[in-house]
Design a protein around this ligand. Structure first.
Ligand code: SER
Length: 345
């Protein structure tokens, strides 16, 4: 059906999917097979070789896709985020872990059919961390990949568990069998901070206060921030997140020293995000209404991450710091978006 190598993107209609499809289509090296529960936005669908409406829990669907395409890589983006996951933990586990296992099985079969390893890119999260107290979080500062791996949310537990599944499929799959296949999944994951996009708003996450604040201000709507003003977790602008995924996807396997990497960009407090938003939208009405339960989750997430391993192994370097993210990417694009849609006066 296509002469370019095919990459599968699950959860293609989500926040990361939007930017990733545009980037891969613009570069033109791969054909995209997009998978999502809901129909894809027509502007994105036209950039894909095929769009499939369906679930990663539907193994018959995955088998049908496997017989139709030879897949060179998978970007497995579909997931239930941390706040949604607390409302329905068992469903979150099914989607986040069983769904990942199904795609790892799919990738493993593809590797053996094609006679080449299949790269499997997985967005993990700062939610895999669980600092035991605010004072421990503050004292730790920039944390390494090995610290505080004690998540308190179903989402964080799921992400950490999938990181281990990916490491297992990459290095130890069927390790006792004499007929082990020579080709395997090549799993690579990035522990993303909270992501902020100018074009989409997240749903069901606990880092959502920053993007929600900004988008509400641009729309001229009041916003009550559920996080305390001093809450500090790392954030990243979406173009850097897409860049990180593509850089790690293309990195030579010999350069990699782990299957799970931290990536950092900037780490503002909620109040710093509010002040920055007010600079751009001086009339915005942004107040605080603390949700102690969601705050409890934020207080276990690190204030910042040590990403020196990603920098050394595959050349990670964020292009957007806090000021540049807001001044050059978020504010102009968001302002234009809502002005065009007539949401602002
Ligand atoms: N943005 C995610 C969430 O808030 C964290 O990775 O759930």
């Amino acid at each position: 059906m296509t002469d370019k190598p095919v990459v599968v993107i699950s959860g293609a209609g989500g926040e990361i999917g939007h930017g990733l499809i545009q980037r891969i289509a613009a570069e033109g090296n791969y054909s995209i097979l997009a998978l999502d529960l809901r129909p894809l936005d027509p502007d994105l669908a036209k950039l894909c070789a095929e769009t499939v409406e369906g679930s990663i829990l539907d193994t018959a669907l995955l088998e049908a896709l496997a017989s139709k395409y030879r897949v060179a890589g998978i970007f497995h983006l579909a997931a239930m985020l941390s706040t949604s996951g607390e409302a329905k933990p068992e469903l979150a586990h099914a989607v986040n872990v069983q769904g990942t296992l199904n795609l790892l099985t799919f990738a493993n079969r593809e590797a053996n059919n094609a006679g080449a390893n299949v790269r499997f890119l997985f967005p993990s999260s700062i939610a895999v961390y669980g600092a035991p107290s605010i004072s421990a979080k503050e004292a730790a500062g920039r944390i390494t990949e090995e610290q505080f791996l004690m998540p308190t949310t179903m989402y964080g537990v799921n992400k950490l568990s999938c990181e281990h599944l990916g490491r297992y499929y990459t290095h130890h799959y069927r390790q006792l069998s004499s007929d082990r296949d020579p080709f395997h999944v090549d799993f690579r994951s990035i522990r993303f901070p909270g992501l902020i996009s100018a074009f989409t708003v997240p749903s069901g996450g606990t880092s959502d206060y920053a993007p929600e604040m900004l988008h509400a201000a641009a729309k001229g709507e009041p916003y009550a921030c559920f996080a305390r003003p001093d809450t500090r977790i790392p954030f990243m602008a979406m173009p850097d997140a897409i860049d990180a995924l593509m850089k790690l996807f293309e990195a030579p396997a010999e350069a990699l020293t782990t299957t799970a990497y931290n990536v950092g960009a900037f780490s503002p407090s909620a109040e710093e995000v509010r002040l920055k938003t007010l600079e751009a939208f001086p009339g915005a009405e942004i107040t605080y209404q603390n949700d102690v339960k969601r705050q409890g989750i934020l207080d276990t997430w690190p204030a910042d991450v040590d990403d020196s391993r990603a920098r050394a192994d595959w050349g990670w370097a964020p292009q957007y710091d806090f000021d540049r993210s807001f001044n050059e990417y978020l504010i102009p694009n968001i302002a234009r978006r809502y002005a065009l849609s007539g949401t602002t006066s």
